[in-house]
Design a protein around this ligand. Sequence first.
Ligand SMILES: [Zn+2]
Length: 374
Amino acid sequence: MSEIATNIAVKLIQRASVTPEDGGCQNYIESLLAPLGFVRTSVDAGGVTNSIYVRPGELKGTLAYAGHTDVVPTGPVEQWPHPPFAGTIENGLLHGRGAQDMKAGIACWIAAVADLCGEYTPLPTIQLLITSDEEGDSIDGTIRIVEQLQENDNLPDAVIVGEPSSFKHVGDTIRRGRRGVVQVKASFHGKQGHSAYPQDADNAIHHAAPALASIAAIDWGIPIDGFPPTSCQITNVNGGTGATNVIPGSCEALIDIRYNPGNNFNGIKSAIETVCADCDVTLEFDHSAIAFSTPDGPFLDLVSAGIKRVTGINTVRDTGGGTSDGRFLAAAGVPVAELGLTNSTIHQIGECVAVRELVMLTKIYIDIIENFEV
Ligand SMILES: [Zn+2]
């Protein structure tokens, strides 16, 4: 069983697929899944390869696994201890781009399904939702897959996202949600002039400073759900010509907000517009990631119990990290748990993973699939 996951991981790493390239990974996955009874639907969009693989189940309910075959660029290849697309195994470590994030994770899920199909275990309907646009813009990736599932009324009952969630040991941490992201560009307007003749000018910085202070002081309320509170950071302020004696006619600020699911985009937008109401300012808002949170309940309990049975670990239900494709499924109302390998070398030169982690993760995935019920 462990060898199956490792062999698949090696073959996926050898298919170089720097985002948004797929490198033939999803065809290879199809060749593994088709004999197990999976049917593939391609949802390619905008140069991105997306696939939905479905195996109709003998039991009620649909359990999905979401992941990506694209990887981040290697950086200087000569600095890698082993070639990044060779999939070298040495001293119990599998080396290569995508070893942790997240080709080996996908390999573990496929190995888990293959193991269960070999045992003729009755299974729920299983979906694999695989994109090649997670590390890039995420514009034509999982979001297109979710649209397709919604159109055909095929949304799963729950989804495991295979991102490397674990900290020191496989299963010590799962992610049950992420904060959302709103980015704001504020352009304050005035009239440039000589600093000795302020009556003929209008100082844009004098408009910006109190408005930015008010924005920084906004009370975002009590955070919910064990998430960190909403954070509103003014990350850039640019105004002035460089000359001491020129009153600036414009001032620009960038603001980055990481919001708790107790807040939402419209509420954030109107709070900022309200404190800027008396100001000559143009505000541009970008809701670059929606917050999501899977509440405590049967699905997270199933995942925690599976980890406990296989590893003995009491897993932490975390909400940290940046954004994740889980947000697109969560926005469609699907309970999401991110559970994958450790993440100590993701995106680094020399990305690698311990082969024994693949054994553990495959066992955990088997336990979760076997015990899944709706
Ligand atoms: Zn990833």
